[in-house]
Design a protein around this ligand. Structure first.
Ligand SMILES: NC(=O)c1ccc[n+]([C@@H]2O[C@H](COP(=O)([O-])OP(=O)(O)OC[C@H]3O[C@@H](n4cnc5c(N)ncnc54)[C@H](O)[C@@H]3O)[C@@H](O)[C@H]2O)c1
Length: 381
Protein backbone atom coordinates (compact mmCIF):
# COMPACT_ATOMS: atom_id res chain seq x y z
CA UNK A 1 0.00 0.00 0.00
CA UNK A 2 1.30 3.45 -0.88
CA UNK A 3 1.91 5.53 2.22
CA UNK A 4 2.23 9.31 2.41
CA UNK A 5 5.61 10.20 3.95
CA UNK A 6 5.00 13.14 6.26
CA UNK A 7 7.30 15.62 8.01
CA UNK A 8 6.18 17.50 11.13
CA UNK A 9 7.49 21.01 11.75
CA UNK A 10 7.23 22.58 15.24
CA UNK A 11 7.23 20.39 18.35
CA UNK A 12 4.38 22.28 20.05
CA UNK A 13 1.14 21.79 18.13
CA UNK A 14 3.11 19.50 15.79
CA UNK A 15 2.82 16.77 18.40
CA UNK A 16 -0.96 16.32 18.26
CA UNK A 17 -0.99 16.64 14.48
CA UNK A 18 1.99 14.26 14.23
CA UNK A 19 0.34 11.65 16.46
CA UNK A 20 -2.85 11.84 14.40
CA UNK A 21 -0.98 11.49 11.10
CA UNK A 22 1.08 8.60 12.47
CA UNK A 23 -2.13 6.80 13.49
CA UNK A 24 -3.43 6.81 9.90
CA UNK A 25 -2.51 3.45 8.32
CA UNK A 26 -1.82 5.15 4.99
CA UNK A 27 0.65 7.70 6.40
CA UNK A 28 4.01 7.55 8.15
CA UNK A 29 5.88 10.28 9.96
CA UNK A 30 9.37 10.09 8.49
CA UNK A 31 10.86 13.41 9.63
CA UNK A 32 10.63 16.05 12.34
CA UNK A 33 11.88 19.63 12.26
CA UNK A 34 12.45 22.05 15.14
CA UNK A 35 15.17 24.38 16.37
CA UNK A 36 15.40 22.37 19.59
CA UNK A 37 16.87 18.94 18.99
CA UNK A 38 15.85 17.43 22.35
CA UNK A 39 12.18 18.19 21.67
CA UNK A 40 12.41 16.20 18.46
CA UNK A 41 14.23 13.26 20.07
CA UNK A 42 11.71 13.15 22.87
CA UNK A 43 8.72 13.27 20.51
CA UNK A 44 10.22 10.79 18.01
CA UNK A 45 10.45 8.22 20.81
CA UNK A 46 6.64 8.31 21.11
CA UNK A 47 6.07 7.60 17.41
CA UNK A 48 6.15 4.30 15.53
CA UNK A 49 9.65 3.34 14.30
CA UNK A 50 11.52 6.19 16.01
CA UNK A 51 14.88 5.05 14.63
CA UNK A 52 13.69 5.60 11.08
CA UNK A 53 12.64 9.22 11.72
CA UNK A 54 15.06 11.88 10.46
CA UNK A 55 15.50 15.01 12.56
CA UNK A 56 16.13 18.41 10.95
CA UNK A 57 16.98 21.73 12.56
CA UNK A 58 17.13 23.34 9.10
CA UNK A 59 13.77 23.64 7.33
CA UNK A 60 15.40 24.26 3.91
CA UNK A 61 17.26 20.97 4.16
CA UNK A 62 14.03 19.19 5.08
CA UNK A 63 12.34 20.62 1.98
CA UNK A 64 15.13 19.32 -0.25
CA UNK A 65 14.59 15.72 0.86
CA UNK A 66 13.02 13.52 -1.81
CA UNK A 67 11.86 11.13 0.90
CA UNK A 68 9.09 13.47 2.02
CA UNK A 69 5.70 13.90 0.30
CA UNK A 70 3.87 16.20 2.71
CA UNK A 71 4.69 18.70 5.47
CA UNK A 72 2.68 19.78 8.51
CA UNK A 73 3.66 23.36 9.38
CA UNK A 74 3.23 24.13 13.09
CA UNK A 75 5.91 26.78 13.67
CA UNK A 76 4.99 30.27 15.01
CA UNK A 77 2.51 32.36 12.96
CA UNK A 78 5.00 34.54 11.09
CA UNK A 79 6.77 31.43 9.69
CA UNK A 80 3.72 29.72 8.17
CA UNK A 81 3.94 31.58 4.87
CA UNK A 82 7.72 31.55 4.29
CA UNK A 83 7.81 27.85 5.19
CA UNK A 84 4.71 27.07 3.14
CA UNK A 85 6.18 28.80 0.06
CA UNK A 86 9.40 26.78 0.32
CA UNK A 87 7.55 23.50 0.84
CA UNK A 88 5.35 24.15 -2.20
CA UNK A 89 8.37 25.14 -4.31
CA UNK A 90 9.65 21.61 -3.58
CA UNK A 91 6.30 20.14 -4.60
CA UNK A 92 5.24 19.03 -1.12
CA UNK A 93 1.63 18.84 -0.01
CA UNK A 94 1.04 21.16 2.96
CA UNK A 95 -1.10 21.06 6.09
CA UNK A 96 -0.85 24.40 7.92
CA UNK A 97 -1.91 25.24 11.47
CA UNK A 98 -4.05 28.30 12.19
CA UNK A 99 -3.85 31.21 11.62
CA UNK A 100 -2.78 30.85 8.00
CA UNK A 101 -0.48 33.88 8.22
CA UNK A 102 0.32 37.07 10.09
CA UNK A 103 -1.15 39.32 7.38
CA UNK A 104 -3.64 39.11 4.50
CA UNK A 105 -0.94 39.89 1.92
CA UNK A 106 1.23 37.00 3.11
CA UNK A 107 -1.79 34.65 3.20
CA UNK A 108 -2.65 35.64 -0.38
CA UNK A 109 0.88 34.86 -1.61
CA UNK A 110 0.75 31.39 -0.10
CA UNK A 111 -2.71 30.53 -1.42
CA UNK A 112 -1.80 31.66 -4.93
CA UNK A 113 1.42 29.62 -4.90
CA UNK A 114 -0.31 26.51 -3.54
CA UNK A 115 -3.13 26.66 -6.07
CA UNK A 116 -0.74 27.29 -8.96
CA UNK A 117 1.45 24.34 -7.91
CA UNK A 118 -1.57 22.03 -7.66
CA UNK A 119 -0.44 20.47 -4.37
CA UNK A 120 -2.96 19.46 -1.69
CA UNK A 121 -3.15 22.44 0.65
CA UNK A 122 -5.18 22.28 3.83
CA UNK A 123 -5.71 24.15 7.09
CA UNK A 124 -5.47 22.14 10.32
CA UNK A 125 -8.58 23.39 12.15
CA UNK A 126 -9.31 21.50 15.35
CA UNK A 127 -12.53 23.36 16.19
CA UNK A 128 -14.02 23.07 12.69
CA UNK A 129 -13.26 19.32 12.69
CA UNK A 130 -14.80 18.74 16.14
CA UNK A 131 -17.84 16.43 16.11
CA UNK A 132 -20.19 19.16 17.37
CA UNK A 133 -19.26 21.63 14.63
CA UNK A 134 -19.33 18.94 11.95
CA UNK A 135 -22.74 17.71 13.08
CA UNK A 136 -24.37 21.15 13.27
CA UNK A 137 -22.73 22.02 9.94
CA UNK A 138 -24.25 18.86 8.45
CA UNK A 139 -27.69 19.88 9.73
CA UNK A 140 -27.20 23.32 8.22
CA UNK A 141 -26.38 21.76 4.82
CA UNK A 142 -29.50 19.55 5.14
CA UNK A 143 -31.63 22.66 5.63
CA UNK A 144 -32.68 21.91 9.24
CA UNK A 145 -32.22 25.56 10.26
CA UNK A 146 -33.93 27.01 7.21
CA UNK A 147 -32.14 30.26 6.44
CA UNK A 148 -29.29 30.82 8.93
CA UNK A 149 -29.27 34.58 9.30
CA UNK A 150 -27.25 35.33 12.45
CA UNK A 151 -24.58 33.78 14.66
CA UNK A 152 -22.69 34.58 17.85
CA UNK A 153 -19.29 33.06 18.55
CA UNK A 154 -17.00 33.51 21.51
CA UNK A 155 -13.90 32.01 22.99
CA UNK A 156 -13.12 33.20 26.50
CA UNK A 157 -10.34 32.38 28.94
CA UNK A 158 -9.98 33.60 32.47
CA UNK A 159 -6.18 33.42 32.66
CA UNK A 160 -5.05 32.13 29.30
CA UNK A 161 -2.24 34.26 27.86
CA UNK A 162 0.57 31.92 26.68
CA UNK A 163 3.79 32.58 28.58
CA UNK A 164 6.20 30.51 26.47
CA UNK A 165 6.73 32.21 23.13
CA UNK A 166 6.97 35.94 22.43
CA UNK A 167 5.52 35.24 18.97
CA UNK A 168 2.14 35.05 20.73
CA UNK A 169 2.29 38.46 22.40
CA UNK A 170 4.11 40.46 19.73
CA UNK A 171 2.62 42.01 16.60
CA UNK A 172 1.20 39.22 14.43
CA UNK A 173 0.13 37.24 17.51
CA UNK A 174 -2.63 38.07 20.00
CA UNK A 175 -5.83 36.54 21.30
CA UNK A 176 -7.81 36.90 18.11
CA UNK A 177 -5.27 35.21 15.85
CA UNK A 178 -4.82 32.52 18.52
CA UNK A 179 -8.36 31.64 19.62
CA UNK A 180 -10.82 34.06 17.96
CA UNK A 181 -9.75 32.54 14.65
CA UNK A 182 -11.16 29.11 15.63
CA UNK A 183 -14.68 30.28 16.49
CA UNK A 184 -14.71 32.74 13.60
CA UNK A 185 -13.78 29.97 11.15
CA UNK A 186 -16.27 27.48 12.59
CA UNK A 187 -19.18 29.90 12.75
CA UNK A 188 -18.48 31.13 9.20
CA UNK A 189 -18.28 27.51 8.00
CA UNK A 190 -21.56 26.57 9.71
CA UNK A 191 -23.24 29.63 8.18
CA UNK A 192 -22.33 28.19 4.77
CA UNK A 193 -19.21 30.34 4.20
CA UNK A 194 -21.05 33.48 3.07
CA UNK A 195 -19.09 36.27 1.38
CA UNK A 196 -18.05 38.89 3.98
CA UNK A 197 -18.92 42.50 3.14
CA UNK A 198 -17.65 44.53 6.10
CA UNK A 199 -16.39 44.30 9.65
CA UNK A 200 -16.21 46.59 12.63
CA UNK A 201 -14.32 45.75 15.80
CA UNK A 202 -12.64 46.72 19.03
CA UNK A 203 -9.47 45.21 20.48
CA UNK A 204 -7.02 45.97 23.24
CA UNK A 205 -4.78 44.58 25.93
CA UNK A 206 -6.07 44.94 29.49
CA UNK A 207 -4.24 42.11 31.30
CA UNK A 208 -1.09 41.14 29.37
CA UNK A 209 0.85 44.43 29.59
CA UNK A 210 0.28 44.40 33.38
CA UNK A 211 1.80 40.91 33.66
CA UNK A 212 -1.61 39.44 34.55
CA UNK A 213 -3.62 36.56 33.11
CA UNK A 214 -0.75 34.35 31.91
CA UNK A 215 -0.66 30.55 31.93
CA UNK A 216 2.03 28.00 31.28
CA UNK A 217 1.40 25.03 29.05
CA UNK A 218 2.58 22.46 31.55
CA UNK A 219 0.09 23.66 34.16
CA UNK A 220 -2.87 25.23 32.35
CA UNK A 221 -5.00 25.48 35.51
CA UNK A 222 -2.37 27.51 37.38
CA UNK A 223 -2.24 31.29 37.26
CA UNK A 224 1.39 32.20 36.65
CA UNK A 225 3.25 35.49 36.71
CA UNK A 226 5.21 36.07 33.54
CA UNK A 227 8.53 37.90 33.98
CA UNK A 228 8.64 41.59 33.04
CA UNK A 229 11.21 40.74 30.33
CA UNK A 230 8.43 38.71 28.67
CA UNK A 231 5.28 40.73 29.23
CA UNK A 232 7.16 44.00 28.63
CA UNK A 233 7.12 43.04 24.93
CA UNK A 234 3.31 42.83 24.82
CA UNK A 235 2.18 44.46 21.55
CA UNK A 236 -0.85 42.35 20.61
CA UNK A 237 -4.52 42.22 21.59
CA UNK A 238 -5.56 40.21 24.64
CA UNK A 239 -9.21 40.72 23.77
CA UNK A 240 -11.13 41.59 20.62
CA UNK A 241 -14.74 41.68 19.57
CA UNK A 242 -16.47 42.57 16.36
CA UNK A 243 -19.38 42.38 14.02
CA UNK A 244 -19.15 40.99 10.49
CA UNK A 245 -21.77 41.62 7.83
CA UNK A 246 -22.16 39.02 5.07
CA UNK A 247 -23.99 38.96 1.77
CA UNK A 248 -27.77 38.52 1.94
CA UNK A 249 -28.07 40.31 5.28
CA UNK A 250 -26.42 37.61 7.39
CA UNK A 251 -24.18 38.59 10.31
CA UNK A 252 -21.80 37.26 12.96
CA UNK A 253 -20.86 38.68 16.33
CA UNK A 254 -17.48 37.28 17.41
CA UNK A 255 -15.35 37.70 20.55
CA UNK A 256 -12.14 36.36 22.00
CA UNK A 257 -10.57 37.00 25.41
CA UNK A 258 -7.20 35.55 26.43
CA UNK A 259 -7.86 36.81 29.96
CA UNK A 260 -10.99 38.21 31.59
CA UNK A 261 -13.12 38.27 34.71
CA UNK A 262 -15.68 35.99 33.10
CA UNK A 263 -16.20 32.22 33.12
CA UNK A 264 -14.05 30.48 30.51
CA UNK A 265 -15.73 28.82 27.56
CA UNK A 266 -16.09 28.39 23.84
CA UNK A 267 -19.57 28.87 22.42
CA UNK A 268 -21.24 29.32 19.06
CA UNK A 269 -24.94 30.09 18.71
CA UNK A 270 -26.80 29.84 15.43
CA UNK A 271 -30.06 31.61 14.62
CA UNK A 272 -32.10 30.12 11.78
CA UNK A 273 -35.65 30.62 10.52
CA UNK A 274 -36.69 27.03 11.31
CA UNK A 275 -34.26 26.14 14.12
CA UNK A 276 -31.38 27.47 16.17
CA UNK A 277 -28.51 25.76 17.97
CA UNK A 278 -25.74 26.12 20.47
CA UNK A 279 -22.44 24.28 20.21
CA UNK A 280 -21.62 23.33 23.82
CA UNK A 281 -23.33 21.30 25.01
CA UNK A 282 -24.70 20.66 21.54
CA UNK A 283 -28.38 21.62 21.56
CA UNK A 284 -30.90 22.22 18.82
CA UNK A 285 -33.83 24.58 19.45
CA UNK A 286 -36.83 24.11 17.22
CA UNK A 287 -40.51 23.33 17.25
CA UNK A 288 -41.57 19.70 17.75
CA UNK A 289 -41.58 16.97 16.68
CA UNK A 290 -37.88 16.05 16.16
CA UNK A 291 -37.14 16.52 12.45
CA UNK A 292 -36.29 13.15 10.81
CA UNK A 293 -33.07 14.53 9.28
CA UNK A 294 -31.75 15.33 12.76
CA UNK A 295 -32.00 11.72 13.93
CA UNK A 296 -30.71 10.28 10.64
CA UNK A 297 -27.67 12.55 10.56
CA UNK A 298 -26.99 11.91 14.26
CA UNK A 299 -26.58 8.17 13.59
CA UNK A 300 -23.59 8.93 11.36
CA UNK A 301 -21.93 10.67 14.31
CA UNK A 302 -22.83 7.91 16.79
CA UNK A 303 -25.08 10.35 18.66
CA UNK A 304 -28.62 9.99 19.96
CA UNK A 305 -30.98 12.99 19.95
CA UNK A 306 -32.79 13.44 23.28
CA UNK A 307 -35.89 15.60 23.42
CA UNK A 308 -35.25 17.62 26.55
CA UNK A 309 -36.99 20.61 28.05
CA UNK A 310 -40.11 21.66 26.22
CA UNK A 311 -43.13 20.03 24.69
CA UNK A 312 -42.91 17.33 22.08
CA UNK A 313 -46.14 18.32 20.36
CA UNK A 314 -46.24 19.54 16.82
CA UNK A 315 -45.34 23.19 16.61
CA UNK A 316 -44.34 23.65 20.29
CA UNK A 317 -40.86 24.65 21.47
CA UNK A 318 -38.50 21.70 21.71
CA UNK A 319 -34.88 21.50 22.88
CA UNK A 320 -32.87 18.56 21.57
CA UNK A 321 -29.57 17.53 23.12
CA UNK A 322 -27.27 14.84 21.77
CA UNK A 323 -25.96 12.00 23.89
CA UNK A 324 -22.61 10.76 22.70
CA UNK A 325 -21.89 13.58 20.28
CA UNK A 326 -18.97 15.18 22.09
CA UNK A 327 -16.10 12.84 21.31
CA UNK A 328 -12.61 12.40 22.61
CA UNK A 329 -10.71 15.46 21.26
CA UNK A 330 -7.96 13.27 19.78
CA UNK A 331 -10.55 12.14 17.23
CA UNK A 332 -10.83 15.74 16.00
CA UNK A 333 -7.12 15.67 15.11
CA UNK A 334 -7.58 12.24 13.49
CA UNK A 335 -10.39 13.66 11.36
CA UNK A 336 -8.03 16.37 10.07
CA UNK A 337 -5.19 13.91 9.41
CA UNK A 338 -7.46 11.37 7.70
CA UNK A 339 -8.96 13.99 5.41
CA UNK A 340 -5.51 15.33 4.44
CA UNK A 341 -4.31 11.84 3.55
CA UNK A 342 -7.52 11.08 1.61
CA UNK A 343 -7.04 14.29 -0.41
CA UNK A 344 -3.51 13.19 -1.33
CA UNK A 345 -4.10 9.50 -2.04
CA UNK A 346 -7.72 9.41 -3.22
CA UNK A 347 -8.02 12.85 -4.82
CA UNK A 348 -10.90 13.78 -2.47
CA UNK A 349 -11.62 17.54 -2.79
CA UNK A 350 -10.24 19.37 0.23
CA UNK A 351 -12.87 20.55 2.76
CA UNK A 352 -10.59 23.12 4.35
CA UNK A 353 -8.23 24.52 1.70
CA UNK A 354 -5.81 27.33 2.53
CA UNK A 355 -8.19 29.64 0.62
CA UNK A 356 -10.62 29.30 3.55
CA UNK A 357 -7.76 30.37 5.82
CA UNK A 358 -7.23 33.42 3.61
CA UNK A 359 -10.89 34.53 3.82
CA UNK A 360 -10.85 34.07 7.61
CA UNK A 361 -7.57 36.02 7.75
CA UNK A 362 -9.19 38.88 5.81
CA UNK A 363 -12.10 39.04 8.30
CA UNK A 364 -9.72 38.81 11.24
CA UNK A 365 -7.25 41.45 10.01
CA UNK A 366 -10.18 43.70 9.03
CA UNK A 367 -11.57 43.44 12.58
CA UNK A 368 -8.20 44.30 14.10
CA UNK A 369 -7.66 47.17 11.65
CA UNK A 370 -11.11 48.52 12.44
CA UNK A 371 -10.16 48.44 16.13
CA UNK A 372 -7.12 50.61 15.34
CA UNK A 373 -8.84 53.13 13.09
CA UNK A 374 -12.26 53.22 14.75
CA UNK A 375 -13.82 52.83 11.30
CA UNK A 376 -15.74 50.03 9.64
CA UNK A 377 -13.55 48.09 7.16
CA UNK A 378 -14.98 46.99 3.81
CA UNK A 379 -14.06 43.46 2.75
CA UNK A 380 -15.83 43.31 -0.59
CA UNK A 381 -13.33 45.46 -2.50
N1 LIG B 1 -5.69 24.13 18.09
C1 LIG B 1 -4.77 24.48 17.24
O1 LIG B 1 -4.92 24.27 16.06
C2 LIG B 1 -3.50 25.15 17.77
C3 LIG B 1 -3.19 25.12 19.13
C4 LIG B 1 -1.99 25.70 19.56
C5 LIG B 1 -1.16 26.34 18.64
N2 LIG B 1 -1.51 26.40 17.32
C6 LIG B 1 -0.64 27.12 16.35
O2 LIG B 1 0.62 26.47 16.27
C7 LIG B 1 1.64 27.43 16.07
C8 LIG B 1 2.72 27.21 17.10
O3 LIG B 1 2.14 27.32 18.37
P1 LIG B 1 2.64 26.39 19.58
O4 LIG B 1 1.68 26.59 20.69
O5 LIG B 1 2.87 25.03 19.09
O6 LIG B 1 4.01 27.13 19.89
P2 LIG B 1 5.33 26.53 20.52
O7 LIG B 1 6.21 27.67 20.80
O8 LIG B 1 4.99 25.58 21.59
O9 LIG B 1 5.95 25.63 19.34
C9 LIG B 1 6.52 26.16 18.20
C10 LIG B 1 7.72 25.31 17.86
O10 LIG B 1 8.26 25.77 16.62
C11 LIG B 1 9.67 25.71 16.72
N3 LIG B 1 10.27 26.62 15.76
C12 LIG B 1 10.38 27.97 15.85
N4 LIG B 1 11.05 28.44 14.76
C13 LIG B 1 11.35 27.36 13.99
C14 LIG B 1 12.06 27.21 12.77
N5 LIG B 1 12.55 28.26 12.11
N6 LIG B 1 12.19 25.97 12.26
C15 LIG B 1 11.70 24.89 12.93
N7 LIG B 1 11.03 24.98 14.10
C16 LIG B 1 10.85 26.21 14.62
C17 LIG B 1 9.97 26.09 18.16
O11 LIG B 1 11.24 25.64 18.57
C18 LIG B 1 8.85 25.40 18.91
O12 LIG B 1 9.20 24.09 19.33
C19 LIG B 1 0.99 28.80 16.13
O13 LIG B 1 0.79 29.28 14.83
C20 LIG B 1 -0.35 28.53 16.80
O14 LIG B 1 -1.36 29.43 16.37
C21 LIG B 1 -2.64 25.78 16.87
Amino acid sequence: MKKVRVAIVGMGIGRVNGRALASNPRAEVVALCDLVEESMTEFAARLPQPDEIRLYTDFDELCRSREIDAIFIGAPNQLHVPMGLKAIAHDKHVLVTKPLADSVEAAERLVEAAEAAGVVNMMSLSTRYSAEVQYLGTLARLGTFGELYYARARSIRRNGIPDWNTGFIRKGGGAFRDMGVHVLDSAWWMLGMPRPLSVTGVAGAKFGPRGLGFFEREAPEEVVSAPESYYGQFAADDYAGGFIRFEEGRALQVESFWASHQPAGLQIELFGEEAGAQLRPPTLYTNGPVPAAVADAAKEFGAKPQAGRGLKDEGRPLDITFDGLTRDRSKDWNAIADHFIACILDGVPCDAPLRHGLIVQAMMEGLLRSAETGEEVRLDG
